[in-house]
Ligand binder design. Structure first.
Ligand SMILES: [Mg+2]
Length: 320
């Protein structure tokens, strides 16, 4: 009973929309790599893992009951780690799909474009349909009406999601005017001027929407500031409480429900996001200790299922 884990997760790079940048102009970068244009980057963690699979919570009988419906599966720390596919994860997704289980991927990483994420899934050996991916960028865009306007303080993933929603995207510049909303996600181009322009727009009446409020993201160098830190900076400067889009908040839950009416379980490495999302959806939470939590780390005690990694969980559900 217990899994092991190893390090952290997440990294990627994508553009941001700074005061003097054209980054929010919309065109996603070409290529399937993780590096994209100018708008923001998030570095990912690394860590290696070896995981001795041994399920923890949940009997095998209980686990087998999960072999139906739709699984909501996190990406960072579940499918890949530090940008590298986690051993066995892609094959595990394939076994689930062959057993008739649909897999809906849900990530708080708003930086990459959909094409970038699909490219990374393909590298990990995962096939995902057009409707099988939801991100906190999608969730943030879903909070805005088509035809509205938004100042983008985030990466290309945010920019793309807003455009797809029919939202007019404005750069974070003094001459941008007052948009309906300021949407903040992780960006490495976050400067005092971006903060000043974004906070001023909010003070003048724009909604403040954060893609997610994760305070940090883990990297080989340790924990680095996450999207939540940037959202908090704008909220503090504007003296407002931000609206939040990604896991575990309601917009992401609503997006998941819109994509799947038969969710069986939420699988992820972060109890505070994936576990709480499962609660919100009213389904069990399966913790996998291949990301932010390692075997023996405290936390995750409320998880109905607790496994070393996705491969171990799928072994218990549909067999090796
Ligand atoms: Mg994760």
């Amino acid at each position: 009973m217990e899994g092991l884990v190893l390090g952290s997760a997440d990294a990627a790079r994508s553009p941001v929309c700074g005061p003097n940048s054209t980054a929010c102009s919309g065109d996603p970068p070409s290529g399937a790599g993780m590096t994209t244009g100018i708008c923001h980057h998030e570095s990912m963690a690394s860590a290696s893992a070896s995981a001795s699979a041994s399920g923890v919570t949940g009997s095998h009988g209980q686990a087998r009951s999960l072999a139906v419906g739709t699984w909501v599966v996190d990406l960072d720390g579940v499918i890949w780690l530090a940008g590298d596919p986690i051993e066995g994860a892609g094959a595990a997704v394939g076994r689930l799909q062959r057993a008739g289980v649909r897999v809906l991927f849900a990530t708080n990483n708003a930086e990459p474009t959909d094409a970038e994420l699909r490219g990374r899934l393909a590298v990990a050996g995962v096939t995902a349909g057009a409707d099988d991916l939801v991100t906190s960028a999608h969730a943030a865009a879903s909070m805005l009406a088509s035809g509205s306007s938004a100042m983008c303080v985030g990466g290309l993933g945010v920019d793309e999601a807003l455009h797809s929603r029919g939202v007019r995207v404005l750069p974070a510049r003094d001459d941008a005017g007052v948009p309906d909303a300021v949407v903040v996600g992780l960006t490495h181009d976050f400067t005092y001027d971006v903060l000043r322009v974004a906070a001023t727009a909010v003070r003048r009446g724009a909604r403040l929407i954060g893609t997610n409020d994760d305070p940090t993201h883990p990297t080989p160098q340790g924990l680095l500031p996450g999207s939540g830190a940037l959202v908090a900076a704008v909220a503090t400067a504007a003296e407002v409480v931000p609206e939040l889009a990604g896991k575990p908040h309601r917009p992401m839950a609503d997006l998941v429900r819109a994509r799947a009416v038969d969710v069986t379980v939420v699988v992820g490495d972060r109890p505070a996001t994936d576990g709480v999302l499962a609660q919100r959806l009213g389904v069990p939470y399966a913790l996998v200790r291949s990301g932010v939590l390692r075997s023996g780390d405290p936390g995750g005690t409320d998880a109905e299922f607790d496994y070393a990694d996705l491969a171990a969980l799928v072994d218990a559900v549909v067999g090796p």
